[in-house]
Design a protein around this ligand. Structure first.
Ligand SMILES: Nc1nc2c(ncn2[C@@H]2O[C@@H]3COP(=O)(O)O[C@H]3[C@H]2O)c(=O)[nH]1
Ligand SMILES: [Zn+2]
Length: 948
């Protein structure tokens, strides 16, 4: 019937097509031989052209430089020589148990491993197994433990934070907690084995770029694991590959079913360290806490997950002289990632962006929203841990709140001085009328001058970090900042007049609206800045798997309350359609209605607009003012601008006096003499007004600007894998915010998936290959990404910290130097038992090792002029975190300030450290018999490996 209506005889049409196809086949076969030859010739020639190297003499072939992303992703492994030294010294000391002092220190959160060498650390790891009696209980041969630990050591990369020492610190914290609450008695020996082994392995082969990057850049790991905890899956996979090696298989003597339990447990624990699952795990744990049953496996499983999570983020529970260098290293890694994201046009992870965070702001946010709620939850179940980890973390939060406030005050002061040069007498009079110190204001107009909204935002963005909002003066108290803002608005108007697009008529009419838009954009920017790692991680994951099931929000999540609607694929399409309608509607009015144009589509205007498809949703949500009802909202990086420092807590913090977290006291310089922090190294004892994350979860309805609107639209189209062109203003907006669709280097949709010219030698590939030998994804996209990068700015406009500080972005020299021996060499195999004990100490010393500088001295606990240090910090960031600067520094760059064994980077140990360590280890058990099957530890030989 339909066919009749259309008036087309489809059957006839189909027959005709089939006939033509037949004819073509016949014609093709009867081509004269000469034409066939010609065809073949053309095919051959085309194939040749595709390999154009031989045309180099004609200038048609240009050798491409090694793909930058390959270089950037390369990671560092220790040299064979260094590994050999570590192995030798490990074997030298491993039969000697640590001194009582060290044993005691190991059981506290005060332990400081920085003076220890890598072999010392390996020996301590082995000791932890022994101390819990695990080798005896599970028949683990000492030789096997050592081989296992050494292999683990080799499979950590020399990245600033997620390195072997981080693995040790996490294990040591787990050990300390386990001793404190007697974990073996509570959860059993097997679970203890699971916990210790999981901690040791939990960040194996971490490349220094987190899951958010992996997913957004569509790296091999993200592709392999379908965006689901790519790194954690990888760590786990590497761990079990090590355990597959017979000589390293500490689980070899376990019966098959026990092995399965252990494997399952290790996988569960390592996967639990993905911060995208933080709220999920925390919520479940809190749920069961009131009726926690140590006899219930699902309860103890959850407890194990929480324990490893706590250990993983426990640096702030340590004394400041231990915690702070770790934070510096973490920020170094963060900034390196955000640098890479900017260069590759990926979304810039807000909590990693030096333009958006400061050290104190980062810590206020992380401790307040993520760390403390978790620690308190564990403390509720295991109160013995309160003094050990909960209280120190509260003090750390208090410390950073005060510091943040100090920073903010200084920034405001600086801004008022800087911007006064541009102020008119009227502004000065206004400031004076509000009782401000105009004397101070007129001092200088130098420094940053606000030339445009953008440049102002650049400064402002940096200065208004997550916690600034909390410390903000009440709205109704105008101050110098208001005067500055006023000035900026005027400047904006000038900008609008100078707009080459020239919507002059609209400009006047939209003046009010523009101001609102600015506020909206700034608010959104700030919300983005306040997003914690958990939120961004959740969002990154949600973004990818939302079509499957929607992602649940958990009570611990700040967005839980507003994340009402899960995003399904259909919903996304509907939203897109609505968004397009709204956009069209808005543009129509904006450009054609002249002065009568309505203000830009604010939330309220959308709510009442009859043309807006979204209006019904808005009205539906009207009753629930505190909730962001729209999934459209949820899918952006919008975040509450509430800050962890807001409210009572911060006020109390501000009056709590300074220096409660006192500067670092002189350290006991004897390497192992005092591995714990001196008692004077305390933090503020005043209980911080810690806010629950939930209390801060409120959100206020916000206006909607065209820019933000387009950002959201872009988000949607990205999700649907196609792009919608936008006008120049929107392009600028999306570019400025490095929105998701901006030419990812590793684009899976790459139209030219040609082979990476550097694939064969690409140092990143082996890392990505090593698990299963498959080819690195980025290799195949490298040409594409190079082409794309050529059209991308190196950094994202004036917001880059380099432009702020006038530093050269990514000096090419540095990049070049960054290509170092990254390929993991084939190991020469483990033969620990046969390894000869090396003579004497390694020649390593401290001199070669570059200590990681404090990134942001204002955040430093070591005093000094705040402003100066802000500037200096930027410089040090540049050298430390920027573009593989660590690599440029040679072997000692990327590694943290810790000692590794011997060689350039092994230097870290003070002279005599080995002697001191050796002295500190006492024989633990009688030396092994002269012959017999037992290993150096005298344990029985390992039984046959269990089937796996
Ligand atoms: N801002 C901040 N983040 C931290 C701190 N400690 C741990 N993290 C983050 O928490 C994450 C836990 O998992 P990872 O080890 O992968 O990476 C860690 C860091 O990104 C800290 O002290 N401050
Ligand atoms: Zn970790």
């Amino acid at each position: 019937m339909l066919l009749d209506q259309v008036g087309v005889d489809f059957i006839a049409l189909e027959n005709r097509v089939a006939e033509l196809e037949r004819q073509m086949r016949v014609d093709y076969e009867v081509l004269p031989p000469i034409v066939q030859d010609l065809k073949q010739e053309v095919t051959r020639f085309r194939a040749k052209l595709e390999k154009t190297e031989h045309l180099g003499w004609m200038g048609y072939y240009k050798e491409l430089p090694p793909p930058e992303d390959c270089r950037r992703l390369q990671y560092r492994r220790r040299s064979h020589e260094e590994q050999r030294r570590v192995k030798e010294h490990f074997l030298e000391i491993c039969d000697v148990p640590p001194s009582e002092e060290i044993k005691d220190a190991l059981k506290t959160a005060l332990f400081d491993c920085s003076p220890l060498s890598d072999s010392d650390i390996l020996a301590l790891l082995e000791w932890m197994y022994h101390d819990f009696g695990l080798p005896e209980k599970f028949h683990i041969d000492a030789r096997t433990i050592r081989a296992f630990l050494y292999e683990v050591y080799k499979n950590y990369n020399e990245v600033p934070f997620h390195n072997f020492r981080h693995g040790f610190c996490v294990t040591q914290m787990m050990y300390a907690m386990a001793c404190c609450v007697d974990v073996p008695a509570k959860v059993g020996d097997l679970e203890t084995l699971i916990l210790i082994t999981s901690c040791i392995c939990h960040d194996l082969d971490h490349p220094g770029y987190n899951n958010i990057y992996q997913i957004n850049a569509r790296t091999e790991l993200a592709l392999r694991y379908n965006d689901i905890s790519p790194l954690e899956n990888h760590h786990c996979s590497v761990a079990f590959r090590i355990l597959e090696l017979q000589e390293c298989n500490i689980l070899a003597s376990l019966p098959a079913h026990v092995f399965r339990t252990v494997r399952e447990g290790i996988i569960r624990c390592i996967l639990a360290t993905d911060m995208a699952r933080h709220n999920e795990i925390l919520a479940q744990f809190k749920d069961i806490t009131p009726e926690f049953d140590f006899g219930n496996k699902s309860h103890t499983d959850l407890l194990s997950m929480v324990l490893i999570k706590v250990a993983d983020i426990s640096n702030e529970a340590r004394p400041m002289h231990v915690a702070e260098p770790w934070l510096d290293r973490l920020l170094q890694e963060f900034f390196k990632q955000s640098d890479a994201e900017k260069m590759e046009g990926l979304p810039v992870t807000p909590f990693m962006d030096p333009n958006k965070i400061t050290k104190p702001s980062s810590q206020c946010s992380f401790i307040g929203f993520v760390l403390l709620p978790l620690f308190e939850a564990l403390g509720a179940l295991l109160p013995q841990l309160h003094d050990m980890i909960v209280q120190p973390v509260r003090e750390a939060l208090e410390y950073y709140r005060r510091l943040n406030e100090q920073c903010r005050e200084e920034r405001i002061h600086r801004k008022s001085i800087v911007d006064l040069g541009d102020l008119t007498p009227a502004h000065l009079a206004q400031a004076a009328a509000h009782g401000q110190d105009t004397q101070a204001l007129v001092k200088s107009g130098s420094g940053y001058s606000v030339k445009s909204r953008k440049s102002f935002q650049t400064v402002r963005s940096r200065s208004r970090s997550a916690e600034d909002e909390a410390l903000e003066r009440p709205q109704d108290v105008p101050n110098t900042e208001d005067a500055v803002m006023e000035k900026v608005r005027e400047q904006d108007e000038e900008d609008v007049e100078a707009d080459p697009a020239g919507h002059d008529d609209d400009a006047a009419a939209d003046e009010v609206g523009d101001e609102e838009e600015e506020d909206v954009d700034e608010e959104e920017e700030e919300e983005e800045e306040t997003a914690t790692e958990v939120e961004v991680s959740e969002k990154t994951l949600k973004f990818k798997i939302s079509t499957e099931s929607g992602r649940k929000s958990y009570p611990g999540s700040r967005k839980g309350s507003r994340d009402k609607s899960a995003l399904s694929g259909d919903l996304a399409h509907q939203e897109l359609a609505r968004a397009v309608r709204d956009l069209h509607h808005h543009q129509h009015h904006h450009y054609h209605h002249g002065s009568a144009a309505p203000t830009p589509p604010t939330r309220s205007s959308l709510a009442t607009s009859p043309q807006s498809g979204r209006s019904t949703e808005f009205s539906r949500c009207n009753g629930d003012k505190d909730t962001k009802c729209l999934s459209f909202e949820d899918d952006t990086l919008s975040r509450s601008s509430h800050s962890p420092c807001s409210g009572e807590g911060s006020k109390r913090g501000s009056t709590a006096g300074r220096g409660a977290r006192s500067p670092q006291p002189p350290r006991d310089t004897s390497p192992l003499g005092s591995p714990v922090a001196p008692p004077s190294d305390t933090r503020a004892t005043s209980a911080a007004g810690t806010q629950s994350a939930d209390a801060r979860a409120s959100s206020s309805p916000k206006l909607r600007s065209p820019t933000s609107f387009l950002k959201k639209l872009k988000n949607l189209t990205d999700r649907l894998s196609f792009s919608v062109s936008s006008d120049s203003s929107s392009r600028e907006a999306t570019s400025a915010t490095a929105s998701a669709g901006a030419s990812p280097c590793h684009g899976a949709n790459s139209p030219t998936a040609s082979v990476c010219p550097g694939a064969a030698t690409c140092p990143a590939s082996p890392m990505l290959h090593q698990a299963d030998g498959t080819r690195a994804r980025h290799g195949s996209d490298a040409v594409d990404s190079l082409e794309m990068r050529a059209t991308l700015p190196k950094t994202r406009g004036p917001r880059g910290w380099r432009s702020l500080l006038g530093a050269e972005p990514n000096p090419p020299e540095r990049r070049r130097q960054a290509s170092v021996n990254a390929s993991p060499e084939a190991d020469d195999g483990l033969d620990l038992a046969a390894a000869a004990v090396a003579e004497g100490e390694p020649t390593g010393n401290n001199n070669n090792r570059k200590k990681t500088g404090n990134l942001w001295s204002p955040g430093s606990r070591r005093g000094g002029g705040l402003l100066n240090r802000l500037k200096q910090s930027g410089d040090s960031i540049h050298s430390a975190g920027g573009a593989d600067a660590d690599a440029a520094g040679g072997a000692d760059g990327a590694q943290g300030p810790h000692g590794s064994e011997g060689g350039a980077s092994g230097a870290g140990r003070q002279p005599g450290l080995m002697a001191s360590l050796a002295a500190s280890f006492r024989p633990k058990k009688p030396p092994p018999g002269p012959s017999g099957p037992s290993g150096p530890s005298g344990l029985p030989p390992a039984p046959t490996p269990a089937p796996q």
